[in-house]
Design a protein. Structure first.
Length: 342
């Protein structure tokens, strides 16, 4: 039949696999919205009650149920007592499995245990502590989220373990986990029991260090200022306010015991090398490229234990070194937005 005689537009038919996948995605999305509306947001520590745990048969469970039903029909047809006994034993196993599967999750306590910052492109490890407060052991517990899952663990009575959910990252900034689940197939994998949780979970992603960064600005030398940890001491010149990154060896602990104020010793004649990393001096690069270059400079300079400062629109950090200073500067770059830092 020619296209001119057919009044309706021709649309390509979807394959059965794509049709089932599309239908499954719609059902999952609707179930997620329903669960979020029903449960609301969860606190950082959540205890699972019976009303939070859902259960459905697995594929093996469906086959098991059909087999038990077929055996029941056969037993009734032939009126075989031994067949009746075997059928009711299997049905009893199914009911016990269903009860134990749901009970395996009820009463578990889940707590968000933090996430260490990573660079863009690396997987951030979300830590969830799961505690078994009951007097019975729990088996085959696993956490999962979209396209990721944790290892499977057993929990003894009163035991707590940290489960790790690795999430892939692509961009800098805050990455959030709006929803994750806990599930189990114990004892016979006939049923799948699970619970959804909606905690306020987020982690920080630093900009990815540039692979081909230009040379950092030249080192500037200041005389009579704070001495570097790796250098020897000169003549004592007095005390000054403590700065983040100062060596504990240079803290005036006696003065702190007297006044309660944290001070650092200052030495005359000590030469301190420091660098300034300025966002505005990286001309010809876009925002993300500048942040990547600054990240590369910070990471490389931090390894040498040299002081470095950072200037970005809206924030400035005096030259220092050490893990606190490194975290503070990289966090500023990670949260940089709309021409200024948050």
């Amino acid at each position: 039949m020619s296209s001119t005689l057919w009044p309706f537009p021709r649309t390509p038919l979807k394959s059965p696999r794509r049709l089932i996948s599309s239908l499954s995605s719609r059902v999952n999305a609707r179930a997620k919205r329903w669960a979020r509306k029903r449960q609301g947001s969860d606190p950082a520590t959540t205890r699972l009650g019976p009303g939070r745990v859902y259960i459905l048969p697995t594929g093996v469970g469906l086959i098991f149920g059909l087999m038990a039903f077929a055996m029941l029909m056969g037993s009734m047809n032939y009126n075989n007592n031994l067949s009746f006994v075997l059928t009711f034993v299997l049905i009893g196993i199914g009911f016990v499995s269903m009860h134990q599967c749901q009970r395996n999750l009820v009463g578990l306590e889940l707590t968000f245990a933090g996430a260490d910052p990573v660079f863009a492109g690396q997987a951030i490890r979300i830590r969830i502590a799961v505690t078994n407060q009951s007097k019975s052991a729990r088996y085959g517990i696993r956490l999962y989220a979209t396209d990721t899952s944790s290892d499977t663990h057993d929990l003894k009575p009163g035991e707590s373990k940290v489960f790790v959910l690795p999430l892939p990252t692509e961009r800098r900034g805050l990455i959030s986990l709006d929803r994750f689940g806990v599930r189990t197939l114990f004892p016979f994998e006939l049923f799948r029991s699970w619970a959804w949780l909606h905690m306020d979970i987020s982690g920080l992603v630093y900009p990815a260090p540039a692979e081909a960064a230009p040379e950092p600005p030249p080192t500037m030398t200041a005389h009579g200022h704070r001495q570097h940890d790796a250098r020897g001491e000169e003549d004592f010149a007095g005390l000054r306010r403590y700065h983040v990154g100062d060596s504990p060896r240079h803290v005036a602990w006696k003065a702190y015991a007297r006044s309660g104020q944290l001070l650092s010793k200052q030495f005359a004649g000590a030469d301190t090398s420091s660098q300034w990393f300025d966002f505005n001096e990286l001309a010809g690069l876009d925002v993300e490229q500048r942040l990547s270059v600054l990240t590369r400079w910070i990471v490389d300079t931090d390894r040498t234990l040299q002081d470095y400062g950072l200037r970005v629109p809206g924030a400035e950090f005096a030259p220092a070194h050490g893990e606190p200073h490194r975290r503070l500067t990289l966090e500023t770059l990670a949260l940089f937005e709309d021409g200024r830092s948050r």
